[in-house]
Write a protein that binds this ligand. Structure first.
Ligand code: GAL
Length: 634
């Protein structure tokens, strides 16, 4: 159940003011003053959320450096280059869940600080047994407190609204948050295919040659992305085609479409004097520049209209998506964003706009895109689940990428652990395999002359991996359909599905992919790791052999993936089409004795694939985008 409590007088510009309509009922006043302390000091709002026992705490957005926050400090602030585990990241949000199934969403764009387990002064008696700690482990990571409260500080405010979710399981709490946000997004089927972002230096001919390379070699490709070089001016942006490189954009897009490729354009929102609408929006922008471009006040209609109109023209030319870059800002690398004390004409200050910029930008772009899209953004905020954008990063540590996969699902976020250049062939294949089991498959070759696998003579292996991704599109699309209807994220921490299993409280390097796959990546070209599988029957995804639950030392040259017992996986082969008319041949495989998979078609209509003792009911039929052929028992 979702409750809404308002303490004091909140600011006007808050995340809930721009959120989609909730798909779940909201009740008032679930939090009583007994379990939440509210106070305003000259530092702003102080909330004290009281807990009687130690809580396992998850959330805070796309965290890349940490997982369970049952003690310490987290400060939420969007930043392109998170360093350390302090809380800042591309999409850092004031929200947390407890393993017991509670959720707390602090409705603010302010940089918000959470102090977890800090005990307030009280008269104590001398402890009888003065234990000496002999290791840093004991000292810093043992039980450090006997207070379990979470204190929250929201600067500059005199009040705040808290959305409080009370359920009996973490699974349900996460689902309810996404339904409160308006339901998970449902990308078009083509959006789950392969994105290839070409070198920023490429001209139209080179881009078309790239698409031909994929088609000639039968390597899956769905979307071509253009990087800054498509524009006459890109840091800041003109949003105008560079006619030297792209003399006839309409024809160029048409040719790509003939090759069954969609087109996605890179941009950021700092508008150059070379943009045709610069003068028009100038008075409605913030009072600071970024890269000598003006910064739109996305909450002002006068500012947003010309911006939307320019994008509508691009969409009319056939563009189906945008990569909204650099909307996160950076404190740690060069500090290239507008300052926190910037002023925007609507009255919003730089700190609020800093955290809101990504989500406002996405919402503005969605007004121009009147067709289905699955795009990219480098930042977002609370209640973002309905927005069809995946997050990405310039950082490249694979461990951080996996941590982001694990954490993204708590906050309604989608994350792409994109592929760029690689150390060696093992690194390449490992990263490519991780992408198979991710929200969006992006190969970001923006500074590479050719596909990364060509450096290592790994074309055949790369092709097989991309084909595996393609074969899982109906499975993944069905998971997005569930996200849309119920709020269960397609990619989520194992604890979301197994909140009663204490071992999952620290499981930062494994995650659930769709209904029944558990992914346990190996890192840095290695092939060994310890895998934890919750109690129950599990099968190896590739060999279909039964594997033990609990901890196992696992060795494999492939990405370790496990299937929950009695699951049906609808393996697919693309036959024809590229849009909603795409047709897949489905050969379901059952891991275990029997099971059901609910397959969703492009219109969201569902069909149950039922297998009993390895035999599929309803074979040889075509439903929606799927031609179903006889299934297999693993
Ligand atoms: C970065 C972005 C990269 C690439 C580059 C182009 O900010 O993260 O993926 O697009 O800009 O300049």
């Amino acid at each position: 159940m979702v409750f809404k409590n308002t303490f004091g007088i909140p600011e006007n510009f808050v995340p809930s003011a721009i959120k989609r309509k909730s798909k779940i009922k909201i009740a008032e006043n679930g939090l009583k003053f007994g379990n939440v302390g509210f106070n305003v000091t000259r530092r702003g709002v102080q909330l004290s959320i009281k807990f009687k026992s130690k809580q396992e705490i998850f959330g805070f957005g796309l965290q890349m450096k940490g997982f369970n926050r049952n003690y310490g400090k987290v400060k939420t602030r969007n930043d392109a280059d998170p360093v350390g585990n302090s809380g800042n990241t591309h999409a850092s949000v004031p929200l947390f869940f407890t393993a017991e199934g509670r959720g707390y969403i602090i409705d603010t764009f302010r940089d918000t600080t959470f102090y977890i387990g800090k005990s307030k002064k009280r008269k104590r008696t001398i402890e009888k047994d003065n234990k000496i700690t002999l290791s840093t482990e004991e000292l810093y990571f043992g039980d450090r407190t006997d207070s379990y409260d979470v204190n929250v500080e929201i600067p500059y405010c005199e009040g705040v609204t808290v959305y409080y979710i009370e359920t009996d399981s973490l699974t349900q709490a996460v689902k309810e948050y996404n339904m409160l946000s308006g339901g998970g997004c449902l990308p078009p089927i083509w959006g789950l295919g392969v994105y290839y972002r070409c070198s920023a230096k490429f001209c139209d001919r080179q881009v078309l040659d790239t698409a031909d390379y994929f088609r000639r070699n039968d390597i899956p490709l769905s979307v071509i992305g253009l990087e800054p070089g498509w524009q006459t001016h890109s840091y800041s942006c003109s949003l105008v085609w560079d006619k030297k490189r792209f003399p006839n954009p309409n024809k160029f897009i048409e040719k790509l479409n003939e090759k069954n490729c969609k087109v996605n354009l890179w941009e950021h929102a700092f508008i150059s004097p070379a943009a045709p609408f610069y003068d028009e929006i100038f008075p409605y922008c913030g009072n600071y520049e970024v890269w000598q471009g003006v910064v739109p006040d996305f909450t002002s209609e006068q500012c947003v209209k010309p911006f939307i109109n320019r994008h509508k023209e691009l969409v009319k030319q056939g563009v189906t998506g945008f990569k909204l870059d650099e909307c996160d800002g950076s404190d740690n690398t060069g500090g290239w964003f507008f300052p926190d004390n910037a002023e925007f004409p609507s009255g919003i200050d730089g700190e609020q706009m800093h955290n809101a910029f990504g989500i406002l930008y996405q919402k503005t772009i969605m007004r121009a895109l009147n067709k289905p899209t699955f795009s990219q953004a480098r930042s977002t905020h609370l209640f973002c689940a309905p927005l069809p954008f995946a997050l990405y990063s310039d950082l490249y540590e694979m461990k951080d990428y996996v941590t982001a996969c694990v954490n993204s699902g708590f906050s309604g976020m989608l994350w792409s652990p994109e592929l760029r250049d690689c150390k060696d062939k093992k690194d390449l294949l490992n990263r490519m395999r991780l992408l198979v089991f991710s929200a969006q498959y992006i190969i970001n070759a923006w500074y590479l002359e050719r596909a990364p696998w060509l450096e290592f003579g790994a074309e055949q292996e790369a092709k097989e991996i991309l084909k595996l991704r393609e074969s899982l599109i109906p499975y993944l699309f069905s998971a997005y359909n569930v996200y849309n209807k119920t709020g269960l994220p397609p990619i989520r921490a194992v604890v979301v599905d197994y909140p009663m299993d204490k071992e999952t409280y620290s499981l930062q390097d494994e995650y659930m992919f769709g209904e029944s796959l558990l992914v346990a990546p190996v890192f840095d070209g290695g092939n060994k790791r310890k895998v934890y599988l919750p109690k129950g029957a599990w099968y190896d995804f590739y060999s279909a052999k039964r594997v033990n639950d609990g901890y196992t030392d696992y060795e494999s040259d492939n990405m370790p993936v496990f299937v929950k017992g009695n699951s049906v996986i609808p393996f697919a082969r693309k036959i024809s089409g590229s849009d909603n008319d795409v047709l897949f041949e489905i050969e379901p495989v059952c891991y275990g004795e029997g099971g059901t998979f609910t397959l969703a078609d492009a219109n969201g209509k569902t069909f149950d694939l039922i297998m009993t003792e390895g035999v599929l009911e309803n074979t040889e039929i075509t439903v929606g985008n799927y031609k179903i052929i006889s299934g297999k028992n693993s």
